[in-house]
Design a binder for this molecule. Structure first.
Ligand SMILES: [Mg+2]
Length: 277
């Protein structure tokens, strides 16, 4: 059968469209809220990965919101000079971890997560956090799992605990939560899906850290998995307040108790009143 020039061109275009479709798309886009994601369009068998800090949850107290800013880091250095014990003893820092509030940034995300799980989509949380014992905690992954559970978040595979040895670190999958122990997320997600014999055609990931998104995107490219990344920009900022943070830190070291910003402000007002009497 002879094909005309026009038909050949049409055939070429059809083949091109098919080729583009089968070429697994890899994208990252910024979002301000989970509302920007069409969760209903996520197909069964896909894997959805939620980052934890500054994505699912965020602390509410000034020091913790600013922990990784230049002011927060400088304050920490100053604190270690005042209290050298803080350098080697995690006990006090673990009390702060335990007692400071870290609510969900967008509580309605739990509804979407449950719907995804019910429709055959796998959902996990993935954090770059350290693993293992820390101060008062037997294991950080267990602490984090319990905290997320208290907020009604539970990932898929919540009966599985998987210890991973990777490049001198100890990532763990703990009942729906993958903690990479400071390693890039891509290779650890790769090891996790191999260990569970998952063959997702699509991975959807929401994270405030662009490098982590990139790392999983690269892993997906290697494995011919479609990747849709969302760079989450919905976390909040708080202005630094040196007096408040200093009071909070001194109180924590002295009394082994974390006071919220709100409690500190009440204390400070009360003390000022006493002084002016
Ligand atoms: Mg994060």
């Amino acid at each position: 059968m002879l094909l005309g020039k026009k038909n050949i061109l049409s055939l070429f275009l059809i083949l091109l469209v098919c080729a583009c479709k089968s070429n697994h798309p890899q994208q990252i886009e910024p979002i301000q809220s989970f509302n920007a994601i069409d969760f209903n369009s996520i197909k069964p068998g896909s894997l959805v990965i939620f980052d934890v800090d500054e994505t699912l949850i965020q602390p509410v107290d000034t020091f913790l919101v600013n922990e990784h800013t230049p002011q927060g880091k400088a304050f920490r250095q100053k604190l270690i000079q005042t209290y050298p014990i803080l350098k080697s003893d995690n006990h006090i820092a673990s009390i702060m971890l335990q007692e400071a509030q870290r609510p969900l940034l967008e509580p309605n995300v739990i509804h979407h997560i449950n719907r995804l799980k019910n429709s055959g989509v796998f959902v996990i949380a993935c954090t770059g956090m350290n693993t293992g014992p820390y101060g008062i905690h037997n294991s950080l992954e267990e602490w984090r799992y319990n905290h997320l559970k208290s907020l009604d978040f539970e990932g898929s595979f919540n009966d599985i605990v998987l210890k991973i040895s990777y490049s001198g670190r100890n990532p763990v999958f703990y009942k729906g939560l993958l903690a990479t122990d400071l390693k890039p997320k891509g290779p650890i997600v790769g090891i996790f899906i191999d260990a569970l014999k998952l063959k997702p055609q699509n991975i959807i990931m929401i994270d405030d850290d662009y490098d982590y998104l990139l790392s999983v995107k690269n892993e997906c490219e290697k494995r011919n998995i479609s990747f849709q990344g969302y760079e989450y920009k919905g976390s909040k900022t708080l202005p630094w307040d040196e007096d408040l943070v200093q009071f909070q830190a001194d109180y924590l070291v002295k009394h082994k108790k974390w006071l919220s910003d709100k409690a500190v402000r009440t204390f400070m007002r009360f003390n000022r009143k006493k002084l002016s009497l």
